[in-house]
Design a protein around this ligand. Structure first.
Ligand code: GLN
Ligand code: ZN
Length: 781
């Protein structure tokens, strides 16, 4: 039995807010459709918070987290808390905070304002259209936050009561409260500025007093702790940002409320001693992503400070090996007597809510998993084990954990001898096309006889209501497999006819049969499992349900050949086969943690390689392997980029290299910052790469030009994110811009990305103009 003096505390940096059954999503979408009042939405939020706090308390956590809830995004909450809504929205004081919040999150279309209401009163206060705040990925997660906008004029003020109301709410429910804030440096870091030469760090002096006021208020409310998230401590920070930490935390610490500085996702490395030194009451670190740093931190962090060890993985769904965790913790417990907290590595926002709903999951696989609720229980067991409490219950839980670890380690579901053998015997040149690009290009030109500026699309055509309803009936068992296949074949035939009529040069089958570009393949590969309700918030009300890669990956049979061959049979034009690449499949799944990611990537690559070979065998001469997620897989620390890029490009090359020289491999990437990884993109050696360039007005292509990107490129000539139909001249102008930086003979003409979210009328109109633009270019060059 531990005395209270040596008590270990448990908490989590944050909890999923969307709800076990995505209640928040549905409430939000109703509110946006006008079917749920703001007051009702607020009460739905209150209910969810109450439920989630109760879960945390019932699992024995010593504090509940308050401030991690948001109707859309926690960064957007801070924009309101700190009073820095961008001036461009022209918000009026009488406009409700919630409506301003959703305007920033979702944008405002000027004419849609109260459209059709006709009462006249709205005309006067109709506000001009305003784009939503930009959205970007939260560190290396698939969660997207709303990007704060800063200008030299940005002012801050304590402008929103929401956080304090939520604290009061939790206290009224009898909870011990740890409030959660994004730290001032991370908040500034995450923002952007359009003012050239303006350094947003200069806003810090204006921002800190407001943080001071926030902390004053929280202190007055009697919160026990305030967790201040500074995950940028895990990044390669420019010197001025690093050196801003000491003074910032010296100031914030003056308030006198205990601060728990939280870092996660990445090792602290050169910021480690800084983090240990900062004048705060406690430090939270990610013990899953950076276990190697735990010993030094336990040694260096002054003894009077709390050390919160993120020992349960907040980024993945595997059950914790509790014995292993206890072994890691044992030496730290000694060193940090009475000042040790246990936690998940980061907010549980990034994992699904509960396993309880996964009744259809295979029992053995299910026994290997822990979602957010189960992770709370794991923390509780670890705490009790270290305290020496409840020996019987704890031993039973440890035994269950041990059994799960053992079963996962030995299960034939996980370990396929044939997959391993194939990987081990992989020839050194498996990632090598037979000839260099020049040779391949010559053979492909002779084979396909395409015109200059060949036109194509990225793969998907509109997923119409008819397609979605056929899929839904098929899944419900109302439509049989034959009926479903027949419907999909008709849809494919329709897409082919449209493309022929439009005069496109390289056709696609349109992807009607695919729900999602990863799920479609995962469902057909061995080693993947799918959850029923394993939703994770992606942004706002949007959630994704990533597959779980639990075992060695293999491909029992061809996945796309029938559909593609059917499509090819309908046209004399080349039909492009369409696959998702290994890195994207990896990146958009929960990946096994019992072998390096690189090995899992290679296993997927081999499955895709077989599919590529089968397509070639079936006469498909052009095959696209989509890799939109290559860039987002980059580690947060630059020092780790090379290692990742090496295996990522190798995995792509393995997937693409089993074919002859006359088979043309395409890849597609969506919008990304490519400039710093151009050598590796070139090293992927796709014969053609298509990228999203229209929104950057073709600027993105300059890097490819300066780098002298060697292979062919299709820079997107129109934005597929909006229904707007670009005219021919607009696309001609973009193609001329492209021709100035890339040899025209290497240019393709295509939209930015797939067209699945578009309707047919605008798709046809846009593609008609695109084909006309390509023809105009052919006459010029
Ligand atoms: N082939 C996919 C499509 O057209 C590519 C989507 C993507 O890159 N995100 O939809
Ligand atoms: Zn794309």
């Amino acid at each position: 039995m531990t005395t209270t003096k040596n008590a270990i505390h448990t908490h989590v940096p944050g909890f999923p807010r969307i709800g076990a059954a995505r209640e928040l999503k549905f409430a939000l979408e109703k509110n946006w459709r006008g079917e749920l009042s703001d007051a009702e939405l607020e009460s739905a939020g209150r209910e969810l918070r109450a439920r989630h706090w109760a879960l945390q308390r019932d699992a024995g956590l010593d504090f509940v987290s308050v401030g991690d809830f948001a109707f859309y995004d926690q960064v957007a909450n801070h924009i309101q808390l700190l009073g820095c809504e961008p001036a461009r929205y022209g918000f009026q004081p009488e406009q409700s905070q919630l409506s301003r919040y959703f305007t920033m999150a979702r944008g405002r279309s000027g004419d849609a304002h109260e459209a059709g209401c006709g009462c006249g009163a709205h005309e006067a206060d109709a506000l001009p259209a305003a784009a939503a705040l930009e959205m970007t990925k939260w560190f290396d997660t698939n969660y997207h936050y709303l990007v704060p906008e800063f200008t030299p004029e940005t002012a801050f003020s304590l402008a929103c009561e929401r956080l304090f109301d939520e604290v009061a709410e939790a206290q009224a429910l009898g909870h011990a409260v740890k409030a959660v804030l994004i730290g001032p440096l991370t908040f500034l870091w995450l923002g952007k500025t359009r003012t050239a030469g303006f350094d947003r760090l200069t806003l810090l002096d204006r921002l800190l007093p407001i943080y001071g006021q926030v902390l004053d208020r929280l202190k007055a409310q009697g919160v026990q702790w305030v967790q201040v998230d500074e995950p940028i401590l895990g990044l390669d920070l420019p010197a001025p940002w690093r050196s801003a930490f000491e003074n910032t935390y010296w100031q914030l610490n003056q308030v006198g409320v205990p601060l728990l500085l939280a870092s996660y996702f990445s090792p602290l490395e050169e910021n480690l001693s800084l983090a240990c030194r900062l004048p705060v009451a406690g430090l939270h670190v990610d013990g899953v992503r950076a276990p190697q740093e735990l010993t030094s931190i336990a040694d260096w962090l002054p003894v009077h400070k709390v050390l919160s060890v993120g020992i349960v993985d907040g980024r993945n769904i595997w059950r914790t090996d509790l014995d292993a965790a206890l072994a890691v913790l044992a030496p730290i417990v000694e060193k940090r007597a009475g000042r040790l907290w246990l936690s998940s590595s980061c907010s549980l926002l990034h994992v699904p809510f509960t396993l309880a709903a996964e009744t259809q999951l295979d029992g053995e696989i299910r026994s290997w998993l822990a979602f957010a609720s189960e992770k709370l229980d794991e923390l509780n067991i670890l705490k009790r084990a270290l305290h020496g409490d409840d020996a019987a219950a704890v031993n039973a839980a440890l035994a269950t954990s041990r059994a799960a670890v053992a079963s996962r380690r030995a299960s034939p579901r996980v370990h396929q001898a044939a997959v391993r053998a194939r990987l081990d015997a992989l020839p050194a040149d498996a990632g090598q096309r037979r000839s260099g690009f020049a040779q391949r290009q010559a053979e492909q030109r002779a084979r396909f006889q395409l015109p200059a500026f060949p036109t194509t699309t990225i793969g998907s055509f509109p997923q119409t209501a008819a397609i979605r309803s056929a899929r839904a009936s098929f899944k419900r068992g109302e439509l049989d497999a034959a009926g479903y296949a027949a419907t999909m074949r008709q849809e494919i035939a329709y897409a082919v006819r449209q493309q022929e009529a439009l005069g496109l040069d390289v056709l696609v089958h349109g992807e009607a049969e695919r729900n999602d570009m990863v799920e479609y393949f995962g469902e057909q590969l061995d080693g993947f499992a799918f959850t029923r309700l394993g939703w994770v918030q992606s942004y706002g009300s949007r959630c994704v349900k990533p597959p779980v890669i639990y075992g060695d990956v293999s491909r029992p049979k061809a996945m796309t050949v029938d559909w593609t061959v059917h499509a090819q049979s309908l046209t004399g034009k080349p039909m492009k086969g369409m696959l998702t690449g290994p890195i994207t499949i990896l990146q958009w799944s929960f990946v096994r943690d019992d072998q390096p990611r690189s090995r899992t990537a290679l296993q997927i690559a081999l499955a895709i390689r077989d599919e590529v070979a089968d397509l070639e065998q079936a006469g498909i001469g052009i095959i696209q392997i989509d890799e939109p997620a290559v860039r987002e897989g980059l580690p947060l620390r630059r020092g780790r980029w090379d290692a990742y890029l090496d295996w990522a490009t190798q995995a792509f090359r393995v997937s693409a290299s089993a074919v002859g020289d006359a088979t043309q491999i395409h890849t597609h990437m969506c919008y990304a910052e490519f400039n710093d990884i151009l050598p590796q993109i070139a090293a992927m050696d796709a014969d053609v790469i298509t990228i999203e360039t229209s929104r950057s007005d073709m600027e993105l292509l300059n890097g490819f030009g300066q780098f002298r990107y060697p292979n062919e490129i299709g820079p997107g000539v129109y934005d597929i994110h909006s229904p707007r139909v670009p005219d021919q001249q607009e696309m001609v102008r973009l193609l001329q811009k492209a021709s100035a930086v890339i040899p025209p003979a290497n240019l393709w003409v295509n939209p930015d990305c797939g067209l699945k979210t578009r309707g047919w009328p605008e798709t046809q109109a846009a593609l008609r103009n695109m084909v006309a633009a390509a023809r105009q270019l052919r006459a010029i060059y």
